[in-house]
Design a protein around this ligand. Structure first.
Ligand code: BG6
Length: 487
């Protein structure tokens, strides 16, 4: 479906890593797919590291093309994509340069999107400079994460941006919300009557949400060392997934109905007692180890990282939600760099039968479980017990498998592609509203504060493992274990 109106997509940070790996490839995919982007829509890249359009297109050819060539580049589509791209050289330290931007785009038709793929310290200066030349009218602004460093700094950015753009003009990106399986979770929960009666404390024993990465900090050591896993992954991606798993059915799928329900969950998170942090939160940091047989260095020796850094590269948390549906059900969240596998999944462990006439194996934990795998391959598995063939009544675990790539061979969309199209179409549902963001910061803040001042360093774990033993011990206290520990 083509966007019904034309657009001008202004990309700040046009030569940055995100533009190269995600944003421009996603726009190309939308262009290549045929008709998703209005024919006259333009992309206006803004950067200071290129002299003119010719030099910028050369950079796009050299750096962006390799990221779109998964299935071989369609050369005709690539050439027509380049024709959409304009370039404006701006030194962000020089607000007068914005006059050139205004001149370049003022006669272009359609809606205007300003995508700030820059560090958060530039968000406010860019917004002011846009307003100074009148470009904040009838425009949408997209803010990349991290939006702030804590509640105070995030509020400062939101206040300043909010003076220039109304909340309905602001699109705060959390790319996990654009992932196809996250959309599917909404479909599974609210498109089927089957799960709803079971989706509550009476039937659910515990829930795990894991985002594990094999990658280390790559070239982002400097950024990461000032950020850590709690800010980089928990405050946003993991709490957003949690809110979608736990939310009440929304009245409709319009943006505020969905976001209102997510907000209710975030506000119902049991506040962290600073004296109890050691019991409900584990932080770890990887040391040297091996990923699939290849030796990798420890975090403290990565480029850009302070040798005595206490930044966490792993977090495991026990979270509770204080409402009727979830009271007493532990949600275990976990994320880390340099773990044993790249996997993102949600595990819903249902309670065992209350009495078994079929022997003790029917009473075992996890006999009934739903595993929603977001990546690397998108599947939903429902585990049940069945009788093993042969004599006697011996039970074994079997599963019903829903592998999406078998059912839907085409039409899968990358998260960024979906989200960029949503911005152009003016759909806010998959973007984080300010109040959600504040609630998430408010909840993580006691942990941030404790870890900032704690004399106990993060627990070490070897790269290529599943993190510190303390993360397993935390679950053991609740009579459960992480999914991979069962096998
Ligand atoms: C980003 C984090 O938001 O998400 C990165 O800043 C992380 O540190 C990335 O690697 C993970 O995203 P994905 O889509 O690869 O799971």
């Amino acid at each position: 479906m083509q966007t019904d109106s034309s657009f001008t997509f202004v990309l700040f940070g046009g030569t940055g890593d995100l533009s190269m790996r995600k944003i421009l490839p996603a726009l190309f995919e939308a262009h290549r797919a045929g008709g998703m982007l209005h024919d006259s829509g333009k992309i206006v890249a803004v950067a200071r590291h290129a002299a003119d359009r010719g030099e910028y297109l050369q950079w796009v050819n050299e750096h962006v093309k390799p990221h779109v060539s998964k299935n071989g580049v369609d050369e005709a589509a690539w050439t027509s994509f380049l024709a959409r791209i304009e370039f404006v050289k701006i030194d962000l330290g020089n607000p007068e340069d914005f006059v050139h931007l205004r001149d370049a785009i003022q006669d272009l038709p359609g809606i205007r999107v300003f995508y700030l793929a820059t560090g958060p310290s530039l968000f406010v200066p860019i917004c002011h400079a846009l307003a100074s030349v009148g470009l904040n009218e009838n425009a949408r602004i997209v803010l990349e994460k991290p939006l702030g460093y804590d509640l105070k700094s995030s509020n400062a950015i939101n206040d300043a941006v909010g003076e220039i753009f109304a909340e309905e003009q602001i699109y705060r990106i959390d790319h996990y919300l654009g992932k196809e399986p996250v959309q599917n979770l909404l479909a599974l929960r609210f498109g089927n009557a089957l799960f709803e009666p079971l989706w509550r404390r009476e039937w659910v024993e515990s829930i795990q949400i894991t985002i594990a990465e094999e990658l280390g900090v790559e070239a982002r050591g400097d950024f990461y060392d000032n950020t850590g896993a709690l800010r980089d992954m928990v405050q946003n991606h993991l709490l957003q997934l949690l809110s979608i798993v736990a939310m009440e059915p929304p009245h409709s799928m319009d943006s505020d109905s969905v976001r209102d329900e997510k907000l209710r969950v975030l506000r119902a998170l049991k506040p962290i007692d600073p004296n109890e942090i050691g019991k409900v939160a584990v932080r770890g940091q990887y040391h040297a180890g091996g990923i699939r047989g290849t030796a990798v260095p420890g975090y403290a020796t990565e480029a850009g990282v302070k040798p005595d850094s206490t930044t966490e590269t792993f977090v495991a948390l026990k979270v509770e939600i204080e409402n009727w549906r979830w009271s007493g059900v532990p949600f275990f969240l976990r994320t880390g760099k340099r773990l044993a596998d790249r996997v993102a999944e949600i595990v819903v462990n249902f309670r065992p039968v209350p009495h078994s006439a079929l022997g003790a194996s029917a009473l075992r934990a996890g006999a009934n479980r739903l595993v929603i795998r977001l990546q690397p391959n998108e599947t939903i598995r429902l585990y049940c017990l069945a009788k093993q063939p042969g004599e006697g009544m011996n039970l074994a675990s079997v599963h019903l498998d829903l592998a999406f790539d078998k059912f839907f061979r085409e039409g899968q969309m990358e998260a960024y592609q979906r989200l960029l199209l949503d911005v152009i179409r003016g759909r806010l549902a998959l973007f984080v509203r300010r109040d959600e963001q504040e609630a998430a910061w408010r909840w993580v803040e006691p942990i941030l504060n404790e870890w900032k001042t704690s004399t106990r360093p993060p627990k070490p774990y070897a790269a290529g493992t599943w993190g510190p033993a303390a993360a397993s011990a935390m679950l053991a206290q609740h009579g459960t274990c992480w999914l991979e520990e069962e096998n």
